[in-house]
Design a protein around this ligand. Sequence first.
Ligand code: SMG
Ligand code: MG
Length: 370
Amino acid sequence: MHLDSLRLVRITLPLVVPFRTSHGVETERDVLLLHVVGDGCEGWSECVAGGEPSYSAEYTEGAELVIAEHLWPALGRAGDVTAAEVASVLAAFAGHPMAKAALEMAILDAELRAADTSLHAYFGGGRDRVPSGVSVGIFESIDTLLAQVQGYVDDGYARIKLKIQPGWDIEPVRQVRDLIGPEMGLQVDANTAYERTDIEHLCRLDEFDLLLVEQPLAHDDLLGHAQLAAASSTPVCLDESIVSLRSCDDAIALGAAEIVNIKPGRVGGYLAARRIHDLCYDHGIPVWCGGMLETGIGRAANTALAALPGFTLPGDISASSRFYARDIVVDPITVTDGTVPVADGAGLGFELDLAFVESITTSSRTIDRG
Ligand code: SMG
Ligand code: MG
């Protein structure tokens, strides 16, 4: 694709319920959208970096800057680029996988729309609905948590994921398990809040028959996760530790990853995400699609990824209404019988509500190819 211009659009979307994790609380999302134009076609994407560098080092303001000052100019200098070439052109820059993923994603959307093909078809098709899980934050009281969980059970979600941290783990998990019964899928996510010295404590979660415990230890503590996996009957799943194909291969070899959460933004894009899926599939490691509170853009693309055969566990691909009163796409995702439909329109499969995007835009700038 011959790239002509890139528009960087910042929007603010309030969350319907504050989302508290072991890193802190979020009440709104400051989202960076990308709009690429060239060769008579156009594509959109979103960058999944959060407003603050807490889940990872990337954050919205920094992502906008690195794209504008470094990544986009490098793509311009490279001449015509395909989505499949973006990662290698940008490999000259250290880090910033979410910013890189957003550029690849926008160009992929443009290419697929120009070819009148969907991401779902590009990935090889497969299922047309995928199971939908919901991620539930930390609350002031267990009663409030139980009321939230009951609401999601009533909404029909296929599984519940609880955020945990030291002081908010065994008892909330016990009471949620009692509420939802022994059959429903339940898992926990600590977002790196524990230490190796907590391994014995974490093994107390074994009695609740969880699907998995996600990223209890630091992102760079593969050995600690391997020790936990050996000690605990609950499968250990990695999120923050999986930043590339190599880190995933290493984690599997070390016994640190019995299950893998795949997030395209964290690994540099949907094409890398697909390769990580293939690696895990070859090793018999189950994967599922993580979530970064995406708008309808990322949510649509995530459904296409999650249709691949190795995604055997429900993803964090909830209804758009779980986070947003109004989404920026015309047809926001809804949950039926615990599943969400796989987007199959051209490109990533969404149609943007441009008037709404404009009404919530906080800044916008266009950069030419340069
Ligand atoms: O999009 O449903 C969603 C959010 C799922 O819990 C979720 N994501 O660590 O998996 C995770 C978190 C990361 C974002 S909050 C720091
Ligand atoms: Mg996680």
